[in-house]
Design a protein around this ligand. Sequence first.
Ligand code: IMP
Ligand code: MG
Length: 179
Amino acid sequence: MIEDIQQVLFTEEEINIKIREMAKKISYDYEGKELLVVGVLKGSVIFTAELVKRISIPCGMDFMAVSSYGDSSETTGVVRILKDLDHSVEGKDILIVEDIIDSGVTLNYLLNYLKARKARSIEIVSLLSKPERRKVDIDVKYLGFEVPDEFLVGYGLDYAEKYRNLPFIGILKREVYAK
Ligand code: IMP
Ligand code: MG
């Protein structure tokens, strides 16, 4: 796997430091609220787990699965819900957890979908963002790192379901996906 990585952007240690900062802010902001953390499968699983471990107030966890990519490295623009939430969100303060915001199409769709469900509030936390690629404007309350327009893998991010288990975030060599 390592031989397919062009450059390591963030080590596990750097990511952990960032996640600790984000969790501290979230714990402060959501004190006394009904925090429900909603991870977007599968890319955000590792980030979601590492984030909730460091949140010091009670919080629920749920997951949604959406698909917009297939096995390609470019979004198709069509979002499908593959797995919905297990519980009602009425009165809850939802925090959607994403691995990376690229075009913003996925999150825009999810936001509109959840807004129709009477949650008390909805905010977004994302580990990474590629601002150059944005097609839809997305308001991200908590952001880890801004990244360049490269295809990234590791720490939950995949290319064709591979590399998710790399403990760091790296740039995938172009020759791997431009075959
Ligand atoms: P968006 O709808 O274009 O914002 O796409 C968001 C989703 O695409 C993310 O949640 C990722 O699953 C995936 N994605 C976007 N960029 C990358 C990348 O560089 N590597 C791996 N997955 C990515
Ligand atoms: Mg994702």
